[in-house]
Each structure stands twice: as C-alpha cells, then as structure tokens.
Design a protein around this ligand. Structure first.
Ligand code: NDP
Length: 306
C-alpha cells in the first residue's frame, strides 16, 4: 500500500515541502506520496484525526495551525511541549505524536547566518505564531541574553513570552507594541533580526520600513523567497538569509522521523531549488507551481444547513 504523508495548512499552495519530500521518497524507493491539504482552522481537528488511519505515515502542520495542533495529538515531544507548537506528526499505532522540527531547522539557519562571527546575544523577532515560537526557543537555547518580540496583536506576543517564562527565566525575553519607532530603537541595540510573520509570503510587502534597517544587522526571513525585507536589508548592507535552510533541515528531521532512514539531504535540497525556480506568483498574490508532482486538496467549509 502506498503510504500517505500530508501537509495541513491554510494556505498551502505556496509550500515547497511536497517537492522536497516526494523527491526524497522517490530517491530511496519508499512507496509514499506527499499531499497538500488546505484546511481552514474549523477543519483542523477532523483533518488531524484522519491521519490515524493505517494508510498515513504522518504529516506536517503549517501556517496557521501549529499552535492549534498541540491539543489534538496524543503525545508531544520535548520540543513541541517547550515551544507549544507542532509542525510534524508521527504515528505510534493509531496514536499521534507531535514534534517540532522547526527548532532544529532554525538552529542550522541561525548558525549559517552568523557564520564565523561570534554568536550575538541580542535579537528582535517579528511575529508570535508557530514559527516565531521555534525561533524564540532556538534563541533562548543558543544563549541569547535579550530577545524582543514584536507582533501586530500584542497579546499574542505577550502569550509567547509567558509560555517561555521558565526556559527564559535567566534572560530578558519581552514583547513590545508594534510601532516603527520602537522597532527602530530596538534594532539599534540588536545584531539579529528574524522575520517570523507571514508578511511578504504572498505579496511583495515588508513588515518594516527600509529606512530603519542598518548595515550591521544579520537578517533571517523564515519565508523561503527573496522577500522585500531581505532585498531592503541587503541594500542597506546587512547579511541576509531566507527560510530555505530552515525548511530543508526541518524537513530532513521530519523525513527521518517518518521513515527511520537518513534523509537524502542533497536530493531534497536540489528538489527545493528546482521547485523554487518553478514558482510563480501573480499580481493577486496567487501562487502557481509549474509541473506540480504532488496532490493539492482544497476543502471548503460547508455553509451550515447544507
Ligand atoms: P502563524 O499563522 O502561526 O503566525 C503568523 C504570524 O504573522 C503572526 O505573528 C501574525 O500576527 C503575523 N501576521 C500575519 N499577517 C500579518 C499582517 N498583515 N500584519 C502583521 N502581522 C501579520 O504562522 P507561522 O508562524 O507558522 O508562519 C509564519 C511565517 O513563517 C510563514 O510565512 C511561514 O511560511 C514561515 N515559516 C517558515 C518556516 C521554514 O521552515 N522556513 C518554518 C515556520 C514558519 P498576528 O498574531 O497579529 O495575527
């Protein structure tokens, strides 16, 4: 029986995970197919419950469901528990185990961004969703001394800070209101800037004005494309990196959990690069994959009464 692995998100059409994982399955002759399931938040519980069926090997969870997935699994690993976010599901019989491989992916991306420099101790994180939680946890574990989280809805940033109150008790982790002037003041004291919002994912906007970027910043955008933020930052002289490395390494860790085999990282990387070259975004922000090799399923919530 061909096993199924699904990515559940909303939207998912932009995702390159299908290309990366299908190439890895095919390369190792593993009979499995990777599917993209576009499910709104109201459909998440049913979608996750479906994965208990025998034909499923596991799954990935993406925007905006990573935090909502936590109470829907039977068991969480240490990293899922620590972040309060799940991006990978494995099976233990019919039981579902929630993992967070974004943490491992973020670590590789941060190390690559910093390169041979001394690891900085101050960071600004834009966003407070599932990706931001993996980033914040990665920065705490890396020994950062001050991390400031800015989020459109301040209360979500404050929730993130509360969530990490124990693991961050030795350092200064705080949420601040999203105002360009406050972000600018924090950036002046900071070396690392992480964009963990989805601003720039499906259009060409930046979360912050180009003028507040200074050339000594290291800028990581979790979005895996050359976003406006990254272009502005590069123009200001910053060292920049997009989300490809994080995507690749969180994917490799997930692949190993599903299959028990070493991930063919070069094959996955090549598939990612090829898929990036085939992605086109039209003026409305709609994403098209030319020659998709994996299934995209969109499920709409039925209006009540039908
Ligand atoms: P979530 O839905 O959990 O969080 C989205 C975040 O973006 C929130 O902080 C939200 O703020 C903010 N946001 C969205 N729209 C706006 C807007 N118009 N203005 C201001 N803020 C906005 O998503 P994730 O955390 O899972 O993902 C966030 C991004 O990170 C995505 O682009 C995703 O692709 C990327 N990512 C990449 C990974 C990789 O491997 N490269 C791994 C994980 C994430 P608010 O709370 O106020 O709504």
């Amino acid at each position: 029986m061909t096993k199924r692995v699904v990515l559940i998100g909303h939207p998912v059409a932009h995702s390159l995970s299908g290309a990366m994982h299908q190439a890895a399955f095919d390369h190792l002759s593993i009979e499995a197919s990777y599917e993209l399931w576009d499910r709104a938040p109201a459909q998440l519980a049913d979608a996750i419950a479906e994965l208990r069926g025998d034909e499923f090997l596991g799954g990935n969870i993406t925007i905006p469901h990573k935090e909502r997935a936590v109470p829907l699994v039977d068991r969480q690993t240490e990293e899922a528990h620590a972040t309060g976010a799940v991006n990978t599901l494995t099976k233990d019989g019919r039981r579902l185990v929630g993992h967070n491989t974004d943490v491992a992916g973020f670590k590789v991306a941060l190390d690559k961004l910093v390169g041979r420099q001394k690891m900085p101790r101050q960071a600004v994180v834009l966003g407070a969703g599932g990706g931001a939680r993996a980033a914040a946890y990665g920065l705490i574990r890396e020994g950062f001394q001050r991390v400031v989280v800015f989020n459109r809805h301040l209360h979500r940033g404050e929730q993130l800070v509360r969530h990490f109150s124990r693991s961050a008790s030795h350092m200064d982790l705080r949420a601040m209101p999203w105002h360009d002037s406050i972000i600018e003041a924090e950036l002046a004291k900071t070396k690392v800037l992480v964009n963990a919002t989805s601003i720039g994912l499906s259009d060409d906007t930046s979360p912050i004005p180009a003028e507040i970027l200074t050339g000594d910043l290291l800028v990581l955008d979790l979005i895996y494309k050359q976003t406006r933020l990254l272009r502005d930052a590069a123009a200001a002289g910053c060292v920049v990196s997009d989300g490809e490395t994080m995507l690749l390494h969180q994917g490799a860790a997930a692949f190993e959990l599903w299959t028990g085999q070493s991930a063919p990282i070069d094959v996955m990387h090549e598939a990612l690069r090829a898929a990036r070259a085939r992605v086109h975004v039209n003026q409305d922000g709609l994403v098209f994959h030319v020659f998709p090799r994996f299934r995209l399923s969109v499920s709409r919530v039925r209006p009540r009464g039908l």
